[in-house]
Structures are given as C-alpha cells and as structure tokens.
Design a protein around this ligand. Structure first.
Ligand code: AMP
Length: 456
C-alpha cells in the first residue's frame, strides 16, 4: 500500500492527513486501521515512533463521526483513551485534534497537576473523546464528574508502562465502568505476561498486530557503549558534547532525579543549553522544557525514565544513557526516542563496573552485541574486560543461559583497522548471535573508533 486510499478513510480524515504531510500509512497503521474500522478489538505490539497513535485515533474518529448525533450529553464521553503519563496524554490529545480538525467532534485531555475545575467545565460541556491518565480520571470518577457507560471505544495506550507504573487496579476499575458494548484497543511496546493477562480480561476475540518482534531494538538506531568509571561519567559527557557537533538534539537519561539535576547543572556551567524533566518538576516546567527541546532552543534534555516516557520529539539525533537502566525493556524504550519517522539516530551508553551486568542483560534481550567505542580518554579497560554475567535485571527470563566471558574491549590498540567492528553484519550494524553462537567473539577489540477543544 503506497497511500491512504486503500484504507477507506473518510474525506475529512484524508484531508487532515494531507495537512500533516503524511503520504502513506506506516505498517502498524496499514495493519490496524481496517480491523478497527470494522469495530474489532485489537491488541497491538508497537513502540512509540511507529505511528501507533494515528493507528487507533483515525478509526476512532471515523467511527465516532459516523454515529454522531451532535454534541454528547454532559459528562458522558463516547471514547476514552488511557495513557500512562501526562506527556503521552498531551501528545495523544494533540493528535486527536490534528487528525480530527475537519470533523465536528470534541475532545479534552485530563491529567494530574492541572486544576480540576477547568477539566470539570470541559466535561460538562459535552465531550466526545477523553484522553486521560488513570489517576486523575479516577479522581473525576470518584467525584462523579463523568460517567463511562456511553463509551463506545476504549483505548489503553502503552499498557506495559501503565502496569509498570502501578496503575493496574485503576485500569481494571475504569474498564469495569466502561459500557459492555464497547470496542477495546490495547497497545503495548512489549508483551510481558502481565499485559497478556490484562488483555485477556479486557479484549474480546482481538486481532493481534505486531510491527516489531518483542523488545526488538529500533533497527535504525546505531548503538555504542563506552566503558567508563562512574566518577568520570560527567567528564566523558562534557568531552562528547564539546567534540561531537553532530550531537545537536540529545536526550540524556539518568537513573535518578537528583542525578538528572546534577548533570543538567554541570552542562549549563559549560554553556550547553540544557533542560531537565523528572517527577519532581511541575507540569508547567516539564512542558516548557519539552517545548524548548522540541523547538530546538535546548540542545540537551536530561530526563528520568518516567518523565520521558512517550516523548515524541522529531529529530533527536542522540540518546545518551548516562546511566544504564537495570531493565532491558527500559533501554529499548529509551533508544526508541531517536531514529524516528525514518531518520537515523545514535544511542550512546555509558557503562560503569556496576552496570556491566545490566549491559549483559540488555544484549541478551535485544539479541545484539552493542559496539564498543573505546577511542576516548576515559575508557576503562578494566570495566571492558570484566567477566560479568547477568546484572540482576528485572527481566528474569533473560537470566539463564548467559554468555561467558568479558569483552576484550580495547585500550590495547587493537581493532580491525576498518573502523567497523569485525562482527558487523551490514552497514556497521551489530552482529546478531545465531543459534548456539553466544556473545562477543573473544579477541574483539571494539570499534575505534487542559485543553478542551473543538476538534472541528
Ligand atoms: P507515534 O508512534 O504515534 O508516536 O508516531 C510517531 C511519529 O510519526 C509522530 O511524529 C507522527 O506524527 C508521525 N507519523 C504517524 N503516522 C505517520 C505517517 N503515516 N507518515 C508520516 N509520519 C507519521
């Protein structure tokens, strides 16, 4: 399929897609939209960046527009989208408005940190589509500010993260309040057993669509690891940003909020335009930093995982893991912030001694060996050569059957002289271990190198 004409979308939607500059559906859209227009339940495995939002928003808008009888009753939405974070809810709300701008449907976005009153007024005005985070929606439900019996389309986006964030009980309560005759759509970047269980309880005979294998790494992201002692990480970051002008818009991930603040402060001291988002920042501060990053006023956005979840910023050239996550799926989410919508991107991970085990688990999950970059003054051969197995990752499936042996990661002047790792398969991409082939080949020397709106 080369354009949207094969998808049976109504003219106002096709016009909105042209206005967005989309010329053809992405694979998840091509696979999902026909089923969703046919009112099937759907379970989609897709990461942010694949176009999954339009995959569920377009058919939702079309089905609602076809059965619309004018403005809905006060506090009785016809569609409900749940998202784990404020940022993601705002982005989905923006997409609903953009794709629905030639339709007469109303939408509002509801999340914590904003005054309830404004949200109540919007709901009272009669709203077709509510996009919400589970916690704030529960507050409104408890205060009887809205009822969900009229919901015809119920979407859970980023279900895996919703569960990670402890929203399972809220989600179940909300699902029980939604009318029985609904269409239910669930998207998740990964499919752990907990998501499967939730899906089994909420979906009826769902179509399953998947655009990338479970936890597969975003293919276009060029990944590198730099072995560095913990106290040297800040100097390494500083030298990277000073030396590499191609890092023009980078997300830097830290494990803790304090760590994020410390890194940002240090970058500001060397005049790198930097913003920070994490859970201790007010919603306004987070949105301001995100906007400044989106518009290019900031070169760096330092973030913790929860705050960064679902961030959709075009043109992120680099994701820098200042700290490696102890959960491989978080790594996959992080690096998926770059190389979006067909562009290239790089992920650079700093790995200290304690994090060697995390790297082990990550490589096992992504089924790739991450290229070593040792050509820098802070390289630690001791860390590179450490003989480490699983790092106690949260993902226990990956604990056993590990590879043996550390990396002969360099500092020894080796290399294959090609500027590419000698296990590269193509285009410098990392080697994929095949059956029985485990781990980095020995002797490897690394590479040298609240907004209520009328949608109409
Ligand atoms: P999502 O995975 O929904 O977060 O979407 C990722 C990005 O892809 C967003 O910036 C969308 O605006 C963009 N996008 C979605 N669908 C298309 C399409 N068919 N063609 C081009 N870009 C798209």
């Amino acid at each position: 399929m080369t354009d949207f004409s094969g998808l049976d979308l109504i003219e106002p939607l096709r016009r909105a897609l042209s206005a967005e500059g989309y010329s053809a559906p992405t694979p998840i859209q091509a696979q999902s939209i026909p089923h969703l227009l046919g009112a099937r339940d759907l379970l989609g495995v897709a990461q942010t960046g694949t176009g999954k939002t339009a995959a569920f928003v377009l058919p939702m808008l079309q089905n609602l527009a076809k059965t619309s009888k004018g403005r809905p009753s006060s506090g009785r939405p016809r569609a409900l989208v749940l998202a784990p974070t404020r940022e993601l809810a705002v982005q989905i709300g923006d997409s609903v408005r953009a794709y629905g701008k030639f339709l007469r449907l109303t939408s509002t976005t509801i999340f914590g940190g904003n005054p309830m009153g404004k949200q109540i007024r919007a709901l009272n005005g009669g709203i077709d589509i509510v996009v919400a985070t589970p916690g704030r929606l529960m507050d409104h439900l408890n205060q009887k500010n809205l009822r969900l019996e009229d919901v015809e389309v119920f979407v859970l986006d980023e279900a895996d993260r919703m569960l990670d964030m402890g929203f399972v009980n809220d989600v179940r309560k909300i699902a029980n309040l939604v009318g029985g005759n609904r269409q239910t759509v669930m998207f998740s970047a990964t499919m752990p057993a907990s998501v499967g269980k939730l899906a089994a309880g909420l979906l009826t005979d769902p179509v399953r669509v998947e655009v990338a294998p479970q936890a597969s790494t975003a293919e276009r992201v060029k990944q590198k690891v730099m072995f560095v002692a913990k106290p040297k990480k800040r100097d390494l970051l500083k030298s990277l940003l000073e030396d590499d002008g191609s890092i023009s818009r980078a997300l830097v991930f830290t494990r803790t909020k304090h760590g994020a603040d410390r890194v940002a402060k240090q970058l500001e001291q060397i005049n790198v335009r930097t913003g920070v988002i994490h859970g201790n920042k007010s919603q306004n501060a987070r949105q301001q930093a995100l906007n400044a990053f989106k518009t290019g006023r900031l070169r760096i956005l330092v973030a913790t995982d929860i705050a960064a979840r679902g961030i959709d910023v075009d043109g992120v050239t680099h994701v820098i893991n200042f700290d490696l996550p102890n959960d491989p799926e978080t790594y996959v989410h992080r690096i998926g912030r770059t190389a979006r919508a067909g562009t290239d991107g790089q992920a650079i991970s700093f790995c200290d001694m304690e994090e060697r085990g995390y790297l082990f688990d990550i490589e096992k999950t992504i089924r790739n060996v991450v290229e070593v970059h040792d050509d820098h003054p802070f390289h630690s051969a001791e860390i590179a050569n450490a003989n480490v197995k699983s790092g106690g990752s949260k993902n226990k499936n990956h604990r056993n059957g590990g590879r043996n042996g550390g990396r002969n990661g360099g500092g020894n002047g080796g290399g294959n002289g090609s500027g590419k790792p000698h296990f590269a398969s193509k285009g410098g991409k990392s080697f994929k271990p095949r059956n029985g082939q485990k781990g980095r080949p020995q002797g490897h020397t690394g590479n040298r190198g609240n907004n209520s709106s009328r949608a109409a």
